[in-house]
Design a protein around this ligand. Structure first.
Ligand SMILES: [Zn+2]
Length: 289
């Protein structure tokens, strides 16, 4: 009897530990899962999402997880396989019922040709940065709702309810962001890495090129010279730059062309002021000018 009493509170407050690869996934999962889940975010928002070191602290987080939600589209290809292997947790294995790959539920753009693949492109399945289209956030929230229901059907009503609330409030915000961005339609931009392909597409920004010749390939001097010429010809407003690559090359290009460099956070925590999904999109929609 005493043992039972000791166990009781544990059962009452038990929640699922859900490991997620990136902060944005954690934020959506928290909104839908509410008090019934605990999210454990593996990569920090100011890290390069393509290259995360599978350090011991991450291995132990993965070992204790009841489920795993990842971005997919090969964004985690450089670190997740090693982490899964070292953690050896059957619940988070690819293909298990408590594993979710978000990229299977959205349409990927920028699929390269076979020639590009051979060049070492780190986006061989298409562009994996799909969460930067605010419409995709709704799709991802639906996907996560259905996933949580599939692994914890007892709380299906809670997850459905939380999704409805999240979705309604997100749709309101999307209207504001669309209004804010409407004057910028057709504006030409250039990027370092093609992080913002979905954002640009959503708001009609015209991405004329990238400083990287291919995703993940550092620019050669030949490509830099070509980029300088492209900027002089097409006169984009600015270089949209991620927070984790050095801005040295962009600064060199700025010296030659006078172009602005705008830092664009890709996830929650990428800059100190980006504390949630709303502030991420508030920032992004205010930064391009
Ligand atoms: Zn990328």
């Amino acid at each position: 009897m005493r043992l039972l009493l000791l166990l009781l509170p544990l059962t009452l407050f038990a929640h699922m530990n859900i490991a997620v690869s990136y902060p944005y996934i954690g934020a959506i999962t928290k909104s839908i899962g509410g008090e019934h889940i605990k999210t454990v975010v593996l990569a920090r928002g100011n890290w390069d999402p393509h290259f995360v070191v599978p350090r011991p602290s991450l291995i132990s987080k993965m070992r204790n997880a009841d489920a795993l939600i990842m971005n997919g589209g090969q964004l985690e290809i450089g670190w997740m396989p090693a982490l899964l292997r070292r953690a050896g947790n059957p619940k988070t294995n690819i293909g298990s019922e408590s594993f979710l790959n978000l990229s299977h539920h959205v349409k990927l753009i920028n699929k390269p040709t076979t020639v590009d693949r051979a060049g070492g492109d780190i986006h061989p399945d298409g562009n994996p940065h799909f969460h930067l289209d605010p419409q995709n956030i709704i799709v991802l929230a639906q996907t996560i709702r259905d996933f949580l229901i599939s692994i914890d059907s007892d709380h299906a009503d809670v997850y459905k309810n939380n999704y409805e609330k999240f979705s309604a409030s997100w749709q309101d915000k999307m209207l504001k962001w669309a209004e804010k961005m409407s004057a910028k339609k057709g504006m030409k931009v250039i990027q370092f890495h093609n992080n913002l392909a979905y954002f640009n597409k959503a708001y009609g920004l015209d991405n004329i090129g990238t400083i990287e010749p291919l995703p993940g390939i550092p620019p050669s001097s030949r490509h830099i010279i070509k980029t300088i010429k492209l900027i002089k010809d097409k006169e984009p407003c600015c270089i949209l730059h991620d927070v984790y690559h050095s801005t040295k090359t962009a600064e060199f290009i700025r010296e030659k062309t006078g172009i602005k460099i705008v830092l664009m956070p890709h996830d929650i925590g990428a800059l100190q002021t980006i504390e949630d999904l709303t502030s991420l999109f508030d920032y992004l929609t205010g930064a391009v000018q």
